[in-house]
Design a protein around this ligand. Structure first.
Ligand code: NAD
Ligand code: WQD
Length: 342
């Protein structure tokens, strides 16, 4: 019988891509999502890609009775990948309590049920935001955790602390916390991808929407950083590559290969790319011009960050393989599909 994995937030951007990779690798998937930031169309996409429609339960993970009922119903559950969270940095500054409540309570409800129903394995979605602007680049998992720049970032730090403390009181608990750098792109089929609400905060959705004519021009936040071309540098990781790392992490937990009850891995490419390089590469691979203008720096932005992926490469046995070119093309194909552009 196939091993059953719960993917919370599985109709969302990274969750839907991970559901595809899990199914492709022979796992059975059940998705929990309240559709706060996604639609059920993702299920159609997952089904078209894999030939399998995962089980879907729509409820809010902050609602404890629903979480308990779920664990009772799915007693075959082997492990959890916990994506469900709010993630908009700017909104978290305006509405911090919304973020603290959702991101912390959902995790605590899951942990309590994991103990009660004896499902002790979790892969957790963390973020490179926990490192702030690291002193040394590339950044390793041992870099200090710096004070968070936003309530959103703080929820990731607090969640990691909750996981660490819970491990002390629940020795059976085994968690892998994956710290993503900047996930971008869409499935090569263009059947699933990112659905930003309103005006995108993130660079690549803004680039694709500008190219599609939805936005007049892209604002490049700063060209006076101490970087080769003056624009800020990030580690842009293909979303399918990222999804595959979750499958590897789940296998590691199921096979009891993890060395400690709480492990951390950086998930990036290991290479930094500047904002201007992203825009120029997008224009080159798509042939579509992106109107842009350079404006002042965005508050709270760091100068440069990219991952040291040695630990993920060697210990997890995972490496990002997709080029920036192919990834940006996948983002464009997804945008064209959303907008009905030929
Ligand atoms: P997303 O918004 O596309 O997916 C998250 C999903 O969780 C959504 O479908 C949403 O409806 C659901 N959800 C939120 N709160 C819920 C709740 N209380 N109960 C049930 N469902 C709930 O976001 P994503 O980009 O796929 O991110 C997934 C995870 O990865 C998040 O934890 C995010 O913080 C983390 N992460 C994302 C990025 C990024 O740039 N996308 C980077 C680092 C970390
Ligand atoms: C990338 C670069 C911008 C938009 C955020 C979160 C982080 C993580 C990933 C979840 C920066 C520049 C952007 C635009 C621009 N998410 N930019 N014009 O800020 O690295 O990280 O997403 O955990 O926590 O903070 O990503 O895509 O917003 O920006 O010039 O319209 O693009 O200044 O240098 P960021 P981003």
């Amino acid at each position: 019988m196939k091993e059953l994995i719960l993917v919370t937030g599985g109709t969302g951007y990274i969750g839907s891509h991970t559901a595809v990779e899990l199914i492709n690798e022979g796992y059975e998937v059940v998705i929990v999502d309240n559709l706060a930031n996604s639609t059920v169309d993702s299920l159609d996409g997952i089904e078209k890609i894999t030939g399998v429609r995962p089980a879907f339960e729509q409820f809010d993970l902050c609602d404890k009775p629903n979480v308990e009922a779920f664990f009772r119903k799915y007693s075959r559950l082997k492990a959890i990948i916990h994506f469900a969270a709010y993630k908009a940095v700017g909104e978290s500054v305006d509405q911090p309590l919304k973020y603290y409540r959702n991101n912390l309570v959902s995790l605590m409800n899951l942990l309590e049920c994991m103990e009660q129903f004896k499902v002790p394995l979790m892969v957790f979605s963390s973020s490179c935001t926990v490192y702030g602007q690291p002193k040394e680049l590339p950044v390793t998992e041992n870099a200090p955790i710096l004070p968070a720049e936003s309530p959103y970032g703080n929820t990731k730090q607090i969640c990691e602390e909750i996981l660490r403390d819970s491990g002390c009181s629940m020795p059976a608990l085994q968690v892998i916390s994956l710290r993503y750098f900047n996930p971008i792109g869409a499935h090569p089929s263009a059947l699933i991808g990112e659905l930003p609400q309103g005006i995108p905060d993130n660079l690549v959705p803004f680039v694709t929407q500008t190219a599609a004519g939805l936005r007049g021009e892209l604002k490049i936040f700063g060209d006076d950083y101490p970087t080769p071309d003056g624009s800020a540098v990030r580690d842009y990781i293909n979303v399918t590559d990222l999804a595959k790392a979750h499958v590897t992490a789940i296998r590691r937990l199921l096979d009891q290969k993890n060395e400690t009850g709480l492990e951390f891995f950086n998930l990036g490419t290991g290479h930094g790319t500047s904002v201007l390089e992203v825009v120029k590469t997008f224009e080159k691979v798509t042939g579509v011009p992106v109107h842009y203008k350079v404006v002042g720096r965005r508050a709270g932005d760091i100068v440069a960050v990219w991952a040291d992926t040695t630990k993920a490469n060697q210990v997890l046995g995972w490496k990002a393989g997709t080029s920036l070119e192919d990834t940006l093309l996948s983002a464009w194909n997804w945008e064209k599909k959303l907008r009905g552009i030929q």
